[in-house]
Write a protein that binds this ligand. Sequence first.
Ligand code: TYD
Length: 206
Amino acid sequence: MFITLEGPEGSGKTTAVEAAVNKLIEMGYQIVRTREPGGTVIAEQIRNVILDKSNTAMDSRTEALLYAASRRQHLVEKIWPALKDGKIVICDRYLDSSLAYQGGARGLGIEEVLKVNLFATENTWPDLTLLFDVDPEIGLSRISKNAAREVNRLDLEKLDFHKRVRNTFLQLAAQYPDRYIIIDASKSREEVALATLDAILSKLCK
Ligand code: TYD
């Protein structure tokens, strides 16, 4: 089972899933937690180039290709082997982030970005995608309050960009209803964590 977590900035997906993962481990499930961009040494090196705030000259297609390259390496070294071992892989962001950020918000087009990603992933789609949906104004204000979180190049985009990210995610959820579950991430931490566990269990027990 391959599960991905998606959402705009400050949706709280990482925190929400921690509680759910602990519960699943207690229940005896074998979980591999990972994140994009990154997850392996080479992919983390690519991450540093992508998110470096000083790389203001980065072209949009270069950005899309780097995310896809990092994804490929992550699949080869970590995700595919874990899935082959029968583990549950829970990945913070994946292909849909490229469709929403580079395809929708940057304006490269969902179809164009999908083509590059189908090459990179050899058609590896998640079984379940949890969309932590929140108004970007709420999300961005959460980030600015979180002093421990480092601000990256994408965070620095204007509010309009983040609104396009959110809208594209909602469009993708409508396009792929079989694998998407939307979680209202404007609710309290406890409620979001509970909804996350429910969503994962509903898929696992199907
Ligand atoms: P990160 O600090 O991991 O953000 P978050 O905690 O919000 O997941 O930074 C990843 C950034 O990269 C985030 O702004 C989303 C963006 N991104 C893309 O634009 N395209 C992608 O394909 C992926 C995976 C992430």
